[in-house]
Design a protein around this ligand. Structure first.
Ligand SMILES: Nc1ncnc2c1ncn2[C@@H]1O[C@H](COP(=O)(O)OP(=O)(O)OP(=O)(O)O)[C@@H](O)[C@H]1O
Ligand SMILES: O=C(O)c1ccc[n+]([C@@H]2O[C@H](COP(=O)([O-])O)[C@@H](O)[C@H]2O)c1
Length: 207
């Protein structure tokens, strides 16, 4: 991908056709669960890289307890510590926080790249509240990664019900980046019970 200058943020550089997982999140704070699901996605979807998109603020979350972006980026770099995980502030750089807008932007900036949206299973049940979620599902394939308490036992919620016909078999996960969206997969595997909420609670108790 050509690198931007001026008002265009510099994106990680990748050759044409490379498969990129996008893990958007608050990372408030980041933790090994983020790294684990990124490693699962890298391996099972045969990705070339995963970009962590550290959000300037989840449009659906109140920002009262959100740590400054710079702090979250720095912590995320320390936790990721992986040659194929790139920590980015692309959304803040371009002034976007809605995933639909970010995806439209990245598709324009990297028209040859094969993006896959990554999310933990907890996000699937609330996906229908995201702005233009059907368009998101039509823009890129989606991989949903198992999380304790959120294992997929059939569609619950408006989005999962709508998405049901587009689910591919887990054994076909390596072809997901090449699938015409809507297309999604649920990935089972090693799970992590880590969460930012838990870490915030612990740090409050410790102070
Ligand atoms: N332990 C985990 N297992 C699976 N997915 C996870 C895990 N932790 C985070 N994720 C996923 O990573 C993405 C970013 O998550 P986020 O930064 O909000 O962390 P979180 O631990 O879910 O935070 P919080 O507890 O504040 O909601 C989301 O798609 C979320 O579902
Ligand atoms: O676009 C939306 O409306 C939207 C609503 C809720 C969450 N998201 C995105 O979902 C990702 C996960 O958010 P979070 O806070 O659960 O880590 C992050 O990239 C958010 O910007 C996006």
């Amino acid at each position: 991908m050509t690198q931007g200058g001026g008002i265009w943020p510099v994106l990680p550089t990748h050759g044409p056709g490379q498969r990129i997982g996008l893990l958007g999140g608050s990372f408030n704070p980041p933790h090994p669960g983020h790294r684990l699901i990124s490693e699962i996605a890298l391996k099972r979807l045969r990705l070339d890289a995963v970009w962590w998109l550290i959000t300037p603020g989840n449009p659906l979350k109140e920002k009262g307890n959100l740590k400054p972006l710079g702090e979250r980026i720095e912590q995320a770099r320390a936790i990721a510590a992986h040659p194929r995980i790139h920590v980015t502030a692309i959304e803040a750089d371009v002034g976007m926080s809605r995933t639909r807008d970010t995806l439209r932007y990245l598709r324009r900036r990297g028209p040859t790249l094969r993006f896959v949206w990554l999310m933990g299973a907890d996000n699937l049940s609330g996906f229908h509240r995201w702005h233009a979620w059907r368009e998101i599902a039509a823009l890129v394939p989606i991989a949903v990664i198992d999380r304790p308490g959120h294992t997929f036992h059939g569609p619950t919620g408006a989005a999962a019900t709508w998405l049901a016909p587009y689910r591919i078999k887990e054994s076909d996960a390596p072809v997901l980046p090449f699938c015409q969206p809507p297309a999604w997969v649920f990935l089972h595997g090693r799970r992590s019970s880590q969460s930012s909420t838990k870490l915030r609670t612990l740090s409050k108790e410790g102070s």
